[in-house]
Ligand binder design. Structure first.
Ligand code: FMN
Length: 196
């Protein structure tokens, strides 16, 4: 698929068929997501791929899909044959930026202008979402406030933070998010020229 078509076609999908995903497709998606940039090439991003039905159900519960199911009569996080939990590690960046080539001339660690660990996992997630479309599949994204429950369920180490869950599968007819009524920001407002 042309890159522009992939970008334009991508949307968050909230209802999936239960058909399985070709493991080779999944492998290609994961491998592309691995190519995301990262500050200092820290590569503090990681993914947990969940396919086991019971675990998927537990992930869906932690993401609060029950409330969604009561409104729309179908689950969406647990029905997807694959869930990808996107994770980042602040510690990985603190460690990397303590290495000699990253220390400031006075030997101190930089003050973080923004949390690079959040930016980097965002880059990973974006590649993943586009790679999914490129494979003829669809994906959604949900956050959760129950991070510790997700960590406990998936044995995610203390220093790693799961930022959200990406259900992946073949799309089924879903109800569009009311947020879409906000429309898309006009280009002039989004991209300021020369100065804000
Ligand atoms: C950080 C982040 C968190 C999101 N959390 C949720 C969520 O919890 N539930 C949900 O249904 N959609 C969630 N979304 C999807 C957004 O609602 C969606 O991206 C937005 O409405 C634009 O729609 P589109 O991606 O289909 O173009 C999230 C998206 C992002 C980037």
């Amino acid at each position: 698929m042309e890159f522009e078509d992939v970008v334009r076609k991508r949307r968050m999908v909230r209802h999936f068929k239960t058909d399985p995903i070709d493991p080779k497709s999944l492998e290609r998606i994961l491998d592309l997501a691995r190519r995301a940039p990262s500050a200092g090439n820290t590569q503090g991003q990681s993914l947990v791929v969940v396919t086991d039905p019971e675990t998927r159900k537990a992930v869906g519960e932690i993401c609060g899909e029950r409330e969604y199911a009561s409104r729309f009569n179908h689950h969406w996080v647990s029905e997807a044959p694959v869930q990808i939990v996107a994770c980042t590690s602040e510690k990985a960046y603190l460690d990397r930026y303590s290495e000699p080539d990253k220390l400031l001339p006075d030997g101190s660690v930089i003050e973080w202008p923004v949390p690079y660990w959040h930016l980097d996992i965002g880059c990973t997630v974006m590649i993943l979402l586009l790679a999914v479309v490129n494979e003829g599949l669809a994906a959604g994204y949900t956050g959760t406030h129950r991070l510790q429950d997700l960590k406990d369920l998936l044995h995610i180490p203390d220093e790693v933070t799961p930022v959200g869950v990406i259900p992946i599968g073949y799309p089924d007819q879903d109800v569009k998010s009311p947020s879409l009524k906000r429309g898309r920001k006009p280009l002039e407002e989004f991209a300021r020229r020369e100065r804000w």
